[in-house]
Design a protein around this ligand. Sequence first.
Ligand SMILES: [Zn+2]
Length: 73
Amino acid sequence: MPETLGRDDVVRCPNDDLEFRPYFTEGMCPLCGWSVPTPVARPWTHTADWVWLTFAALVLASVVMIIVVLVAS
Ligand SMILES: [Zn+2]
């Protein structure tokens, strides 16, 4: 078994024998909620701090607006 489970790794639940890909179920069995003992890789969109990314985008947009106004006047 690899150290972390990626998007193509399939795991079989010991409780209900269901095969699933924990990458898409946040490491939990969709039927009984059993959680996979191996850590599951998470897409960067889930681990990124969107508050700061949004704030940075807002600041960047403001700076661009200031430059546009200064250039136009
Ligand atoms: Zn299960």
